[in-house]
Design a protein around this ligand. Structure first.
Ligand code: PLP
Length: 379
């Protein structure tokens, strides 16, 4: 089945009791048993829920994986991954990681004796030198936030396999429409479903997929033991969102390209970060592993000050100034004071997050209106 067909049909069967074409919201905490242990596969909604089960199989199908698990947030999903490991285990991660993931690793899991090494991965081969006999997992994000660094998933997967280390990929920015890490050798794929998969800025949710039965069992055990599961109403909303994922992504990509090309011609704009430009570092890797380049764009200003950026962010009318990304509406943000505020100035500047850097999540409105809005704000 091709992607759009899967987005609409995979994992979703007509409801067996009524034939309802849409998976009902099974708003129930428990299920009646005929005799102790004699049930229909569902016992308690932390463990299994039919609405969640439909979403979990749909997500697995879209990522070309066998098993899916949903969590109450993206960070809840990553939390479950790291709970597979023990004190003394080592994890290698991208250095320009999503801020919340960095906080989870360093402020929560380091206390329990898990060691994290944060390394630049633009040159995939350099990852190998950080592997020790205690390394258990390599954690990758690509494109990274907010300067869209591209990491070669297939090359990192080869290194991981050679050393018998797991590879997990946070695929939030790309979605399976653009990139399927399982096909490139990843063992696990994670999503902040909150973003493009939900797509309508109305749900917070996370997901993991894998094709390893052993990993799926371990993660389901953690999901049930720790309990960070989403409710059925939210699962329904995401099932609904997924049905237009391919169309939304197509438009995000078209609009992203046009906005990036427009910004290139604007004299106020200095550096522009969008993986579709041939001059973008690792553009050829992005062209190989992604089907298109997405709607996330960052840029800084020739006047590289916080004030200059704030002026623009206050002047935009269609772009809303807000955290998050991936919804149908266009958003803008200021990483230095929002998502990356906790990172010291010199560390920030090393990774390209200068004081004037602005990040756009280009939505699916008419692109002429989006460009007109940026034009008036930048003038
Ligand atoms: C938002 C985000 C997360 C965290 O997901 P939540 O749903 O907010 O918990 C993780 N990784 C990336 C890349 C994100 O953008």
């Amino acid at each position: 089945m091709k992607f759009g067909t899967k987005a609409i049909h995979a994992g979703v069967e007509p409801d067996p009791t009524t034939g309802a074409i849409m998976t009902p919201i099974y708003q129930t905490s428990t299920y009646v048993q005929a005799s102790p242990g004699d049930h229909k596969g569902y016992e308690y909604s932390r463990t299994q829920n039919p609405t969640r089960a439909a979403l979990e199989s749909s997500l697995a199908a879209l990522e070309n994986a066998k098993f899916g698990l949903c969590f109450s947030s993206g960070l809840g999903a990553i939390d479950a991954v790291i709970k597979m490991f023990r004190p003394g285990d080592e994890i290698i991660s991208t250095n320009d990681l999503y801020g919340g993931t960095y906080r989870l690793f360093t402020k929560i899991f380091e206390q329990y004796g898990i060691k994290f090494t944060f390394v630049p991965m633009s040159e995939a081969a350099s990852v190998e030198q950080h592997i020790t006999d205690k390394t258990r997992l390599i954690w990758v994000e690509t494109p990274t936030n907010p300067v869209m660094n591209i990491i070669d998933i297939e090359a990192v997967a080869k290194i991981a396999k050679k050393h018998n280390v797991l590879l997990g990929v946070d695929n939030t920015f790309s979605t399976p429409y653009l990139q399927t890490p399982m096909d490139l050798g990843a063992d696990l794929v994670m999503h902040s479903v909150t973003k493009y998969l939900g797509g309508h800025s109305d749900v917070v949710m996370g997901a993991l997929v894998t094709s390893s039965e052993e990993l799926a069992k371990k993660l389901a055990f953690i999901q049930n033991s720790c309990g960070a599961v989403p409710g059925p109403q939210d699962c329904f909303l995401v099932l609904r969102g997924l049905k237009t994922l391919h169309i939304r992504m197509q438009r995000h990509c078209e609009n992203g390209r046009k906005v990036a090309e427009y910004l290139k011609t604007n004299p106020a704009v200095d550096k522009l970060y969008w993986p579709g430009f041939e001059t973008h570092v690792n553009h050829e890797v992005a062209a190989r592993q992604m089907r298109d380049f997405g709607g996330m764009i960052s840029f800084n200003l020739k006047t590289d000050t916080r004030e200059a950026a704030f002026k623009i962010l206050e002047k935009v009318r269609l772009f809303s100034l807000a955290e998050s990304l991936g919804g149908v509406e266009s958003l803008c943000g200021h990483p230095a004071s929002m998502t990356h505020a906790a990172i010291p100035l010199n560390e920030r500047q090393k990774t390209g997050v200068s004081d004037s850097l602005i990040r756009l999540s280009v939505g699916i409105e008419d692109v002429e209106d989006l460009i007109a809005d940026l034009k008036q704000a930048l003038s």
